[in-house]
Design a protein around this ligand. Structure first.
Ligand code: RAM
Length: 524
């Protein structure tokens, strides 16, 4: 499924006051200098076989035409790279022509990007061709990269000299105050590591906004943002960054008031011309959760109407039978993959969001709105039960399809009483066929639905299997998509553009802290 929305003559709104407030909340970035902890050569340019090098000998290893050196920084980094280059032999009589490839994980390093033929732009692949006219040189690259490995390939020198890489360093960037987050000790090593890696994932995505991924798309997406905000509350507690993002989304919207699925901040703040109904509803959820954390009256007063607009728009997408219409289903993301029948999911997300909208209305003492929201919540819930629950199958069925996603969103929406919710999630646990779950985004909601149905052990097991599976496959930060049975899977037609540090994958820390190993009980 290619998610490309192009609306000709799209002019998003610009609310100067909200955007000015967002600007005031822009975070200071924290920096550290990091150096490689290891080096190796790939046997062939695109092979996964390597020969290790001794790091302290690196400044003396000469590189001739066609040779490569890979630097391993030992952890995932986001920042700006500087290389100190020199030469051995005669005075260079021709420029050094290098290819630099940054890779978030080892697989990506050895992939040949020329073979990529997917639908997302190949410009996301982090590689550069560089000419260095004068050696020695100190080369600071203008782009910010997200990477653990850097492969330097000598495309050409001349017979008179060879290249030396004297030194390499990265000045990292993050808005997270990493010292503020404590690690969790559960007594289970795998869970503890999952916790630590999910915080690292979040920290690397925390930049001037909550980015979805520092390699790609490097921007603010509503669905990712809600999950980042939650994990941030149990770790780095940067409330201003959450508030800034709420104001940004509010400050630039569709002309009819809808919150966009994602937003650009440069050169100026501008909503993207992509609307996803479930994502715009997550704005409502995220605002309410932010207020639960902070009680921030200013944000409530400034953003309440915007939140209500999202709900009202979505409610208008329901037919006379109180079920979401075809357009709403088309506008709903839920997960990657073409095969998922999303009607039950779209209905579920809407009912779920109504719960949060209702809390907002109560906070605001807006009682007529609260009344209306309650009625809509109840009628959509009843309709969902009638429409999607199938007694003989003991689960929710969406237009003939049984999927994990439908069970998840019906359960999170509290559509059925607890026994039915448990049956639905037990069905999800044993489903063999169907569209499956493609991304950590839906895996997050899967774990939440297991917990809501009272299946705590199953939820823990899933955390360990799924996120633990990424660790076993070498993750330093959690990935945008992962399927242990098909490690090459990509929603984009080629895994070289996948993001290997992806915000929507950062929630295990939140789940463990708020639901599994903490004394603080939370309602949702
Ligand atoms: C991709 C990104 C982003 C996600 C959207 C729907 O472009 O992975 O994180 O929210 O899709």
């Amino acid at each position: 499924m290619a998610l490309i929305s192009i609306i000709p003559d799209f002019y998003p709104t610009g609310d100067a006051r909200l955007l000015a407030r967002a600007e005031e909340l822009k975070p200071a970035l924290h920096h550290e200098i990091k150096e490689p902890i290891g080096a190796f050569k790939l046997k062939e340019r695109y092979s996964s076989e390597k020969n290790d090098l001794v790091l302290h000998q690196l400044p003396h290893i000469t590189m001739g035409k066609g040779e490569n050196i890979c630097l391993d920084f030992g952890e995932h980094l986001v920042g700006h790279v500087t290389l100190e280059l020199s030469y051995s032999g005669s005075h260079p009589d021709a420029p050094a022509f290098l290819k630099l490839k940054f890779a978030e994980n080892f697989r990506e390093l050895s992939e040949n990007s020329q073979e990529y033929a997917g639908w997302l732009s190949r410009s996301w692949i982090q590689e550069e061709y560089v000419h260095v006219d004068v050696l020695p040189a100190r080369l600071t690259l203008p782009r910010r990269y997200a990477f653990r490995y850097l492969k330097i390939t000598m495309m050409d020198t001349s017979p008179k000299y060879k290249l030396l890489v004297k030194h390499a360093e990265c000045m990292t960037e993050t808005a997270a105050e990493t010292g503020r987050a404590k690690l969790l000790q559960t007594g289970d090593k795998k869970l503890d590591r999952i916790y630590a890696v999910s915080l690292k994932t979040l920290a690397d995505c925390m930049q001037e906004v909550f980015e979805d991924g520092p390699k790609r798309d490097r921007r603010l997406w509503t669905g990712d943002f809600r999950l980042q905000a939650l994990t941030n509350y149990v770790s780095f507690r940067n409330y201003d960054l959450v508030k800034r993002c709420l104001y940004l989304f509010g400050g630039s919207r569709f002309p009819d008031g809808r919150v966009s699925a994602c937003l650009f901040t440069k050169p100026t703040v501008e909503a993207d011309d992509t609307y996803l109904m479930d994502y715009s509803l997550m704005y409502v959820v995220a605002l309410e959760e932010y207020l639960q954390e902070t009680g921030d009256e200013e944000a409530l007063n400034d953003l309440y109407d915007i939140a209500m607009q999202q709900v009202e728009y979505a409610v208008r997408q329901c037919g006379p039978d109180d079920v979401v219409n075809e357009q709403a289903v088309k506008d709903t993301f839920i997960d990657w993959g073409d095969d998922l029948e999303k009607t039950a999911c779209a209905q579920g997300v809407l009912i779920f969001a109504l719960r949060y909208a209702l809390r907002l209305a109560r906070r605001k003492n807006d009682w007529s709105q609260a009344n209306w929201l309650r009625q809509r919540q109840e009628s959509l819930r009843k309709a969902a039960c009638q429409h999607f629950w199938e007694e003989e199958k003991e689960c929710f069925v969406s237009n003939g399809q049984i999927s994990e996603a439908s069970q998840i969103w019906m359960v999170l929406a509290d559509v059925a009483e607890p026994e039915k919710a448990e049956k639905a999630m037990r069905k999800a646990l044993i489903l063999q066929e169907g569209p499956g779950i493609q991304t950590p985004y839906l895996h997050h909601y899967y774990v939440m639905a297991l917990l809501r149905a009272g299946l705590r052990e199953e939820a823990i097991a899933h955390l360990k299997n799924y996120w633990g599976g990424m660790l076993d496959a070498g993750a330093d930060t959690f990935w945008e998509c992962w399927d242990g049975k098909d490690p090459d899977r990509s929603p984009y037609g080629g895994s070289v553009v996948n993001s290997y540090c992806h915000a929507w994958s950062c929630t295990p820390a939140y789940i463990m802290e708020r639901y599994l190993f903490s004394t603080n009980d939370s309602e949702d």
